[in-house]
Design a protein around this ligand. Structure first.
Ligand SMILES: [Zn+2]
Length: 265
């Protein structure tokens, strides 16, 4: 069943027959379910490399305590919430020119200090990015608030655990997972990013969405690093370690070439 994880990760379940099929139509994973990916892996050499600080600020600039921190200080992440969700109202345009149309809705746990609408627009922009799936003919996507093919939920760690546990998955308050309804994103990952990712959380969110939606469009396997110094594939479980690659949030490079590597699971 769907597990998932980390950079979103998860498993690979996909809906049989393409978009529009009911959630129950998802085919069960044929392979043994992967263990949940740790979102906070132990330190490793690759991790250190991935966390190379940004250039030091000019002397006239006030020193920043965290080199990779974004300008906006992230809010503290609540451990638990109401367990109920607000659906972002939306009637988005279709992104992408070819492939199966998949409609998705975005839900934010009630009480979490995230705007559902703004978050949905952020996810919409991620899926419309020129280095993401839709720009390369891998499907079309449309943000909706009803009759969706799958849902992307952002939930506090406790709620994410509860949702994932329904699938038989133990996510330890740290992991994302994939359920029969769609993707559950741990709020901690959304707000704080990942220790193996060199960029800011805003960029890490591209990896979360690209990886999980990669599973949604039917990519079942995870990939490994394609070679030292190369960008890590979006379908690599980067949070488990980069194996010599550079962290990367996008399926395709700037020239439109798919970033790949050996199949690892
Ligand atoms: Zn995965």
């Amino acid at each position: 069943m769907g597990v998932s994880l980390g950079a979103g990760v998860a498993l690979a379940q996909f809906r049989g027959g393409g978009g529009g099929t009911p959630d129950t139509a998802r085919a069960p994973a044929s392979e043994a379910p992967p263990a949940p990916e740790p979102t906070t892996p132990p330190p490793s050499p690759t991790r250190a490399a991935a966390q190379k600080p940004e250039p030091a600020p000019k002397p006239t600039v006030k020193p920043k305590p965290k080199p990779t921190a974004t300008k906006k200080k992230p809010a503290a992440v609540p451990q638990s919430g109401k367990g109920t969700f607000t659906t972002a109202s939306a009637s988005g345009r279709i992104t992408g020119a070819s492939g199966t149309l998949r409609r998705y809705r975005v839900q934010i746990e009630e009480g979490v200090d995230l705007s559902a609408r703004a978050t949905a627009e952020e996810i919409e922009a991620i899926l419309a990015h020129p280095r993401s799936w839709a720009a390369h003919g891998r499907g079309r996507f449309q943000l909706v608030d009803a009759n969706a093919d799958f849902v992307i939920r952002i939930a506090t760690p406790d709620t994410a655990d509860a949702l994932c546990a329904r699938q038989g998955l133990d996510t330890h308050g740290e992991l994302n997972c994939e359920t029969t309804e769609g993707v559950v994103v741990n709020l901690k990952r959304w707000i704080l990013g990942s220790p193996t990712f060199a960029g800011p959380p805003e960029q890490y969110r591209h990896l979360i969405i690209n990886h999980e939606v990669g599973h949604e469009i039917g990519i079942r396997q995870h990939l490994g690093c394609g070679g030292p110094g190369r960008p890590a594939p979006a379908m690599m479980q980067q949070i488990k370690g980069l194996d010599g690659c550079r962290s990367n949030a996008f399926p395709y490079d700037e020239d439109g070439v798919y970033i790949t590597g050996p199949i690892v699971s």
